[in-house]
Structures are given as structure tokens and as C-alpha cells.
Design a protein around this ligand. Sequence first.
Ligand SMILES: Nc1ncnc2c1ncn2[C@@H]1O[C@H](COP(=O)(O)OP(=O)(O)O)[C@@H](O)[C@H]1O
Ligand SMILES: [Mg+2]
Length: 650
Amino acid sequence: MKAPTLRPHRTAPPERGTDFVPITEVARNEAPRAGIDPDTSLSWLRRAMPVMRAHQGIFLTSLILSFVGLVLTVQIPNLLNHAINNSIEHHTVPLSHYVWWIVGLGLVGAVSGYFARLFLFETAYDIEYDLRNIIYEHLTRMSFSFYDRVQSGQLISRANSDIRSVQMYMTFAPLILVQCSIAIVAFIFMLSINVVLAFIAMATMPFVYLTGVKMRKSMFPVSWIIQARLAEVATIVDENVNGVRVVKSFAAEQQQLRALSGAAERVQWGYIKDADLRARFTPLVQNLPQVGLALVLLFGGYMVIHGTLGIGAILAFNAYLLMLQAPFMMLGMLIMMGQRAAASADRIYEILDEQPTVTDKVDAVDLVGCTGDVRFNHVDFAYNQNAERLVLADFDLHISPGETVALVGRTGAGKSTVARLLTRFYDVKHGSIEIGDRDIRDLTLASLRANVGVVLDEPFLFSVSVRDNIAYGKPSASFEDIEAAARAAGAHEFISRLVDGYDTVVGERGYTLSGGQRQRIAIARTLLVNPPIMVLDDATSAIDVQVEQEIHAGLRVQMQGRTTLIIAHRLSTISLADRVILLDQQKIVADGTHAELLKTTPLYAEVLAQAAEFEQEADAAASDEERTSRDGNGNGLRDLLDSVRGGGQR
Ligand SMILES: Nc1ncnc2c1ncn2[C@@H]1O[C@H](COP(=O)(O)OP(=O)(O)O)[C@@H](O)[C@H]1O
Ligand SMILES: [Mg+2]
């Protein structure tokens, strides 16, 4: 059997070109001890075996201990039988002999029971830890195209409840089987006491088992329904919390409440149905063995009266029957657990079997000594694998080291796509992208992304302090460096005014800050890493013009020799660039200085005018904090835009 391949990117480390030092810290968590067998033709349990085998030592110890404990407790009813017959009835053996034996067996049984349980749960949570890490590690390797498709709620439920049900089955199924094997031992003891009575006593057991199966069978769908409906409620709550701004701005609270109470009602129905089924079956399952007891009393009593059976045997049978009840019930449960675990495992494997599309080549090298020379060669790209509609087609672009280029185009023209391709969030379909004459697909992803810093249009901040947010890409940075980056990004001033300054913890996703403030922190975060190539994708759209110009002025001084690609709509931003390129209909349609493009390309003026309209709308919606500092510049910009619009008319 071939060994499962886990984390091929670590088992085959890329050849290190020279001295690339990863910017972020290397995680020091304990890696999972095994992976899932990648052979999809195997059954789910076989595929999970490597994980189980990684913990087999402790697991087998647990099973053996629980077997030992059960074998010991099985002796007790038999001892009771002998005690009654030999000590109480016939006085051939002193009673204390049996008492000590039973106490001793009980003690040893308790100790082994303790360790059996402890080790079993340890195995269970070890397996859970491994599975969770396997999934999470896989998720971190997945490409953007994967995240475009899947819902985060799905991933979260798979990383929680599905793992739990697989883990439960993998650890408890063998335990239940051990307990059932004890039933055989108990049955043998009963046979040794009295064959006929043993069969009479066991007569109800098949019914206990069948009732258990039936109970689980009818409860299984209900428990699935409950799970699904709980997820529904969670989704509504999640969307309400995350989308609270939208909900409130449309005064849609009542609508949301109605949706929530509807979902809550459906959950309630499920739980009541579940309780109803439980109420029907539980008394049946619990009382069926009493029938067995009655039979034992009837037939056993008859035998005792006629002198063919000792009175202790009835007591022993009584104890055995009670002992057997649990395993038989659990056997029915085991089948259902198995079905559920299989379904869960399928959901987990669905994620694990998906391969990342953007990966390091086996012989990938680190990007070192990057000068910032960027070249797009006849690039074709589409988000959808087999889409005939390309976002970029035969796209050519060369940016010289140290150049600042503005990329302009209509909304949806593919500007952000250009940025995403340069950092290999996606791979090009045809053609190539080169940095310093090296195809970026030949470079390691870590070194590529350390050299190309992107500030995305929707900056995501973590719920940690401002300082930690800025230092995200370089946790070892000194406070001086962090502050310098914040100053260059025009963020230092407002950060100092926050309650706790740099130690202020931002709310979830940074919602306690304005859009412009978030953008400035995001810029500082990238500046701190100080990449030789930087892409600003609409990164200053929510920052008012004056502050933005200060930022760019600061960037210019601080980043001499850095290659910068600015994606922007604002004239003020665009005019800072050495060169402007206009993207339309999948390729570059104009390339030159701002003034040249205004003169030669009517479309350019059109696109700018369109952007200016958006800008005015955005202006009206801008936050107070942003507006106060914008006043001084607003009119000048509008004049400029008016002149552009005039120049653009044919
Ligand atoms: N993740 C994605 N999956 C599929 N299509 C996308 C994705 N992102 C963008 N697109 C599509 O690609 C085109 C270009 O998008 P984008 O590069 O974001 O435009 P821009 O940044 O110029 O506004 C748009 O038509 C958009 O609908
Ligand atoms: Mg965009």
C-alpha cells in the first residue's frame, strides 16, 4: 500500500536560489502526524486509516484496557452465583473470600476503566486535531479560484461537525465492538451455568437490538434535519451581524426577525419530533430486558424449586442481562453512526481531494535581487476554466524598474485582474508574466509575494491592534518602522488620535474605522514589508484627495526606484504617474502620459468623466471625518474634471 502524500510542498523543498528570507514567521504548531490516503478508490474508512494508525499505540492500549476491565466485571455475577451457592447456602467457603474477590475485581476494573476512557478520549481528540489541521492546512494551500466558489459557512461546518462525527465513529466504533465481544463472554458464562436458561435469558436481546436499529433509523433523518436547520439559523444570524449596516440602513430589521423566527420555528419542530421519537422508543428499549428477567424468574424459579438450579444462578443471570443491554442498544446506534460518519467523511474528502491550481513548481527558485522589471507577454486570461469570454486577451505590458504606471479603465475592464495575475492569485491561461526575465511560475510563491506588495481595493483588517495590523506581514518589525510606515501612508495622525493610539484594537474587519482610515492602514501594512514592486488597486479611493496627494508625495520620496502600478479613477492620482495606460476590451488601447492620452484618445477622457461622476456620488456619501479635510480641494478637482469632459468631446 502506498504511503499517503502529505504536504508535498514541504517534503520536496524548492531549491533555494540564494538568500531569500521569508518575511513572516514560520508557524511552530505541531503538524498532523498523518494525512488522508489520496487514493479515491478506497472506502472512506480505509482512506482515514493513516490518521488512525498514527495513534494506534495509545488507541490499542485503551481498547485492551477496556477489554480487561470488562472481562473482570463479567466475573462478578458469576462470583455472586458461587457466593450464594457455596457460602450462603452450603457454607463450604467463607463468605469473605468472595467479598474480597469482588472488591478486588471492582477496584482493578475501575482503574483500568479510568485509563481506558482517558486514552480513548485522548485518541479521539488527537484524531480530531489531526483532521482539523489536515483540512486547515489544505485550505491554506487552496487557490483563489477555490474560494471564489465555496461558501465559508460550508467550510466551517465541515471543519467542525463533520470532523466530530468522523472522529466519534473512528474511536467509538471499536470500543462498542469490544463491549459487544464481552456479550459473548457473558453468554459463555451463562451457558456454563445453565444452557437452557441462557437461551431463555437471551430471547429478548434480538428485539432490543432491532428496536435500537429502528429507533436510530427513524431518529437519523430528524437529526440531519435539525443539523441543517441549525446551520440555517446560524447563517441568518451571521448575515445579520456581518450585514447589520445594510439591514439597518434599509430598516429591514422586522424582515430579518421574521426570517429568523421562521428558521427558529423549523429547528423547534425538529427538536420536538426528536423528543417524540425518543419518548416512544426509550421505554420500550429499557423495558424489553425486564421481559427477559421475568422469563428467567419464571423458568429459573421453576428449576430452583425442582432443585436443578442454585438460587445464585438467578441473581447472576439478572446481573448479566443488565450488563448486556447497553452493548446491544449501542450496536444499533453504531450502524447509524457509521452512515453519518460516511456522509461526513465524503464532505471532508470533497475538500481534501480538490487540488490547488496555483502551486510552487518542484524546481521553483526564490526571487532575489528583484529590480522591479515587469513584463506581461501576450497574456490571455479567464476566470472560468472553459470560458470563451476572456477578461484579458493578448495583453502586453512592460513596466521598467522604478516606473510609476497608472492603469485606467472602465469598471469591470479587468484592472484588478491584472493585479491578481501579477501576484499569481490566478495563473494566466496563455502567454506569460515575467519579473526580471523570469517567468513568475518558475518562482516560489512566498518569494514572489514578498516582492510584489498589493494593496487591495477592499482592505481587510484583523480584530487586533492597529500596530499588529500594520505589522501583519512583518511581525518582527520595530515600533519605529511601524510608525514610519504609518506616517508614509498618512495614517500616523489619525492613529495618534485614537483612544489607545497604536494599541487600539479595531473592531471586526476594522469596522470601527472609516473606509479611508482602513485603506491607509492597509497601505502602511504593505509599505512596512517594503516590496520592490507595489500595486495599489483602488487603494486610495476612500481617502480624500488632499491626504491622498500627501501619501503619494510621501511614497515618491520614500520609494525611489520602486516599481509602482496604480489602479485609480481620480485625476489627481493618475496625474502622479509617469505613464498612463488605458485598458479596454481585454487589452491596452492607449499608452502615454496623461496629457498625451487626453489629446489622442477620446475614450480616455470618457472613462475619466465617468469616474468623476462616481467620485461625486462618493463625495456625497463620504464620512464626516473624510469630508472636513476634503473641502479645500473639492472645487479644484471639479474644475479639472470639467475641463477633461470638455476636452473629451468629439
Ligand atoms: N473572482 C472572479 N470570478 C469570476 N469573474 C470575475 C472574478 N473577479 C472579476 N471577475 C470578472 O472579471 C471582469 C474584470 O474584473 P475586474 O478585474 O475586477 O475589473 P476592474 O477591477 O477593472 O473593475 C469583470 O467582468 C468581472 O465580472
Ligand atoms: Mg477593481
